[in-house]
Design a binder for this molecule. Structure first.
Ligand SMILES: Cc1ncc(COP(=O)(O)O)c(C=O)c1O
Length: 436
C-alpha cells in the first residue's frame, strides 16, 4: 500500500477553521462515546460526531444488524421496485414519530430532505390547481442545510445571497428565537409573521419551521410564535413543514420535539440520528393528503423525485435497529437520567459569569459567550474554548459565538458532568486570558 501522510493536504474539510486545518484531529476508530485518534489520543465525542452518533460508536446491536444486512444485500434501488427493509421502515417510522399513516420518502441527508419537502410542496399545489401558492415562509436564524434549495430557506444573514438566488420564493420573517448577540444587534429589516401574512395568504405554499434552532445556537422558538404559525397554517391551509433533522429521536428531549409544542406537521423532516449515524440517511414523513397523490392505489402520476441511494437497505436496517434500541425501557431510562444530569451540571456551572448564556433542551446545549463590550471577539473566544477543551480530551464545536455540546446517549452521568464542567472551565479561562 502506498504510504500517505496523516495530514489531509488534498482533503477538503467542510467549515473548518485555520487551526483545525493545520492540526486536525485524525480519527482512527470509535468506541461508545469516545473517538480514538491515529496518534493514540482518546477524545470524548462531545458533539456525537455532528449530532448523529446518539448510540455512540460501534454499538453492538447496530453493528450486528449491518453485518447481517451485508450478508443479504448492500444496495438495491427503490426506483420501480422495493425491498423488505424499506417497506418495514415506512410502516414503523411514522408510527414511532407519532404520525401513523403518513408516507415516507427516503433520502441521504437532511438537506436533501428539505429540498424534497419544498419540491413536494410546490408539486402538491400544482396538482390541486393552486399554482399561485409559491411563497415559502421561513424564520430568521433557522438552519436547513447546504444544498441550494435548503440554503434558500436558511434564516441566517450569511445566507442572504442564496435567498436572493430564489430557487424558491422564500420570505424570511423575524423571529424571537435569536442569540443574545443577535438580540443586541437587532436588525429589524425582516417583516414580522403578521406583516408577512397581512398582505394576503393565498399565495403561501408552506411555512418551514425548525422549532429549536440547532445550528442557530440551540435557541428554542417561543411557544407563542409556534402557536401563531400553526394557526396560520390551520386558517390558510398552507402546509407546515417541521424540520427535526437535528432535534428528532430524543435529541431535544421528547422523542420528537414537535410533540411538545402542539404542532401538526404536514411534513416532518428527519435525518442525522435517524440511522444512529451509521449510514447517511434522512426521511420526509408526508401527510396522506400529499402522499396519496403519488400512491399506486390512487392511480396518480408518479413522484418525479428521488436519489440513487434513496432507501438504501443498509441505511434502512440501521434505522430499524435504532428504533428498536431507542424503544427499550433501558434506553428510555438512560436518556432521562442523562438529560437530568446534563441540565443539573449546566445549571450549576452557569450563572458564574454574566457573559456566559446557557441554553439547553434535552441533550443539546448552546453556551453562548457575549457581552456588548466583547464586540466581534466573541466567536474567536468560542472557537478558542473548543481548541482548549482538547487538552481535557473533549471534542466540542462552536457556531459563531456559541459553544455546542451534544453528548452521546451512551455516556455516563459522570462523563456528562465532566464534559460540562471542563467546557465552562475552559471558557472562563479563555475569557480571563482575553481580559488581560
Ligand atoms: C435542522 C437541520 N436541518 C437540515 C440540516 C442539513 O442536514 P445535512 O447536513 O445532513 O444535509 C441540518 C444539519 O445540521 C439541520 O440541523
Amino acid at each position: 500500500m502506498a504510504a500517505f501522510s496523516f495530514i489531509p493536504d488534498r482533503l477538503l474539510l467542510p467549515f473548518t477553521g485555520a487551526e483545525d486545518m493545520q492540526n486536525p484531529v485524525i480519527v482512527d476508530h470509535g468506541e461508545g462515546p469516545y473517538l480514538h485518534t491515529t496518534n493514540g489520543r482518546k477524545f470524548y465525542d462531545g458533539t456525537s460526531s455532528l449530532w448523529v452518533a446518539n448510540l455512540g460508536h460501534r454499538h453492538p446491536d447496530i453493528t450486528e444488524v449491518l453485518h447481517a444486512q451485508l450478508d443479504s444485500i448492500a444496495h438495491t434501488s427503490l426506483h420501480g421496485q422495493a425491498h423488505g427493509r424499506a417497506i418495514e421502515l415506512a410502516e414503523r417510522l411514522p408510527r414511532f414519530a407519532g404520525l401513523d399513516g403518513y408516507y415516507s420518502f427516503f433520502c441521504n441527508s437532511g438537506s436533501e430532505a428539505v429540498d424534497a419537502s419544498l419540491k413536494l410542496t410546490l408539486d402538491y399545489w400544482h396538482r390541486v390547481g393552486e399554482d399561485k401558492r409559491k411563497r415559502i415562509i421561513t424564520l430568521q436564524n433557522s438552519y436547513h442545510g447546504e444544498t441550494i434549495g435548503a440554503m434558500s430557506v436558511n434564516g441566517g444573514d450569511e445566507y442572504e445571497d442564496f435567498r436572493q438566488m430564489r430557487p424558491y420564493r422564500t420570505e424570511l420573517v423575524a423571529s424571537e428565537a435569536v442569540t443574545e448577540r443577535e438580540k443586541h444587534l437587532r436588525r429589524t429589516s425582516h417583516p414580522s409573521l403578521a406583516e408577512a401574512t397581512g398582505k394576503g395568504t393565498d399565495d403561501i405554499a408552506a411555512i418551514i419551521v425548525e422549532s429549536l434552532h440547532g445550528a442557530g445556537g440551540i435557541v428554542p422558538v417561543p411557544p407563542e410564535e409556534l402557536a401563531a404559525i400553526q394557526q396560520i397554517c390551520d386558517q390558510t391551509g398552507c402546509l407546515l413543514i417541521v424540520d427535526e433533522v437535528a432535534t428528532g429521536f430524543h435529541r431535544a428531549g421528547s422523542r420528537f420535539h414537535y410533540q411538545d409544542l402542539g404542532l401538526k406537521p404536514d411534513m416532518l423532516l428527519l435525518g442525522k440520528g435517524i440511522s444512529a449515524g451509521y449510514i447517511p440517511f434522512a426521511s420526509v414523513l408526508i401527510h396522506p393528503k400529499v402522499g396519496d397523490m403519488y400512491a399506486r392505489s390512487h392511480g396518480c402520476d408518479p413522484l418525479m423525485h428521488g436519489h440513487t441511494f434513496s432507501g438504501n437497505p443498509l441505511a434502512c436496517a440501521a434505522a430499524l435497529k435504532n428504533i428498536d434500541v431507542l424503544s427499550t425501557q433501558q434506553m428510555q431510562t438512560q436518556i432521562r437520567t442523562l438529560q437530568s444530569a446534563f441540565e443539573t451540571s449546566l445549571r450549576a456551572a452557569s450563572g458564574e459569569d454574566p457573559r456566559v448564556h446557557v441554553r439547553q433542551r434535552g441533550l443539546m446545549a448552546g453556551i453562548e459567550v457575549f457581552s456588548p463590550e466583547m464586540g466581534e471577539h466573541a466567536p474567536a473566544i468560542a472557537a478558542e474554548t473548543c481548541q482548549k477543551l482538547k487538552q481535557s480530551n473533549i471534542l466540542a464545536g462552536s457556531i459563531g459565538n456559541t459553544i455546542i455540546l451534544v453528548p452521546p446517549y451512551v455516556s455516563t452521568s459522570q462523563e456528562i458532568q465532566y464534559c460540562v464542567e471542563a467546557t465552562l472551565d475552559s471558557l472562563i479561562s479563555v475569557l480571563r486570558h482575553h481580559a488581560r
